[in-house]
Design a protein around this ligand. Structure first.
Ligand SMILES: [Zn+2]
Length: 168
């Protein structure tokens, strides 16, 4: 659980999707229509959404230098199924990457990742290193070396574990 502020721009979509499941209790918001609604996920695509969620989590763990929490389909393989095009605004000539098909969750996630890459924020969206957490959080630390979703919760827990290990 995180008291940190939401990440910038459309990264919020990735952040919120990754945090729909509590790995410690297996409580999964995508099990319910209310939990799926904010993401526009239909019941028959929920397995794909869960696969995407764990591929994203593995990428966010990699951002913090950690191996994947479990075997996943590489995120790049999934995103390759949602092609993006360059759009140009005729009014000011500004360009952006947009999904060919705006609808599916995968397309919206691909666009969010592309936007974050352009903004330089993608690498800062990370997953907490605590194995019973792996919650997504946006690392606002100046050096970008944050390790936990919350210093108060997971950081303190990790310190306690190290302390206990030392006491043996
Ligand atoms: Zn955590």
């Amino acid at each position: 659980m995180s008291e940190r502020a939401a990440p910038p721009g459309r990264l919020t979509l990735v952040h919120d999707l990754v945090n729909t499941v509590d790995l410690a209790t297996d409580a999964d918001a995508l099990d319910t229509p209310e939990g799926r609604a904010p993401f526009g996920i239909a019941e028959d695509t929920v397995d794909d959404a869960r696969e995407l969620r764990e591929s994203l989590r593995a990428a966010l763990l990699a951002h913090a230098g950690h191996p994947a929490h479990r075997p996943v389909v590489p995120l790049g393989e999934l995103l390759a199924r949602a092609p993006l095009v360059v759009t140009v605004d005729p009014a000011d000539g500004s360009a952006a990457l947009a999904p060919v098909d705006e609808g599916p969750l995968l397309s919206r996630v691909a666009a969010a990742v592309a936007e974050a890459v352009t903004a330089g924020t993608w690498q800062r969206l990370k997953a907490c290193e605590s194995p019973d957490c792996h919650w997504a959080y946006y690392d606002r630390s100046p050096a970008g070396r944050g390790r936990w979703c919350s210093m108060q919760v997971c950081g303190a827990r990790a310190k306690m574990r190290r302390y206990r290990a030392k006491q043996g």
